[in-house]
Design a protein around this ligand. Structure first.
Ligand SMILES: [Zn+2]
Length: 246
């Protein structure tokens, strides 16, 4: 747990220097409010303190770093029609964190790629810190690239429960993944990164739909699918100037 948090915090610090993070408070506050409505019911570990970041980039992408740092790209937010779709993605990412999929990937990669870290140390003439090792691996091979299909299925399954407990209709999890799959059929380039890290099949999404359909009738009653707040948030995101590239 300690390792997970320290590694994640270090890595997030590096990422936050490299990525164009949106600092507009209305945007940052909303994604954290929505995200925490999910993590409050999903994760009872005190040691994990969740933070959500909006990245000002056109990619349709989202990923979680161990320790509870979750990044969502502007391109993804702009494609979400309603709150439940963005919430579905957040809940799926939270599922990866709670189930420790990322940290386990990292530990495996670390064992497999010890040689790379040593080489990196030689090049720099010093021992790389944990975050530098991860940065190298993310760049080189993509440590967090490619959760297993089993991890994807598990993230979806737990996400349904989190959403229901948070009072959010879980159908967005299904409809948004369907939108992304349609996009992949038309023009894969924009969603490529997302599917590289989250291998997704129509079959898995159909299974998730079946799982939601099989919930007792009254479970879904009164759950929220959309809010004015979300629509306002999406308009704010759509209105952001593009990030300056350096
Ligand atoms: Zn995933």
């Amino acid at each position: 747990m300690q390792e997970e948090r320290e590694l994640g915090d270090e890595l997030a610090q590096e990422l936050n220097e490299d990525l164009p993070i949106v600092e507009t408070s209305a945007v940052h506050d909303y994604i954290n409010r929505l995200g925490r409505s999910i993590t409050d019911v999903a994760d009872d570990r005190d040691a994990i303190d969740y933070t959500f970041y909006v990245v000002n980039g056109p990619d349709v992408n989202a990923f979680a770093v161990p320790g509870g740092h979750i990044y969502v790209y502007r391109g993804l937010i702009e494609r979400a029609d309603e709150m439940s779709e963005l919430a579905g993605v957040l809940a799926h990412e939270v599922g990866h964190v709670v189930k420790r999929h990322g940290i386990e990937q990292w530990q495996r990669a670390q064992q497999a790629q010890m040689g790379l870290a040593v080489v990196y140390g030689v090049i720099l003439g010093r021992d790389p810190g944990a975050a530098e090792q991860v940065a190298v691996q993310v760049g080189a091979a993509g440590v967090f690239a490619g959760y297993s299909r089993e991890a994807e299925r598990e993230a979806d399954a737990v996400a349904i429960g989190y959403l229901v407990d948070a009072g959010i209709h879980p159908i967005g999890l299904v409809s948004f993944f369907e939108t992304l799959l349609d996009q992949r059929d038309r023009d894969p380039s924009q969603v490529e990164q997302f599917f590289a890290t989250h291998p997704t099949t129509r079959e898995r999404i159909a299974n998730t739909r079946d799982r939601i359909d099989s919930l007792p009738n009254d479970t879904l009653e009164g759950l929220t699918r959309d809010t004015q707040e979300f629509q306002q948030f999406r308009r704010e995101v759509e209105g952001l100037p593009a990030a300056e590239s350096d």
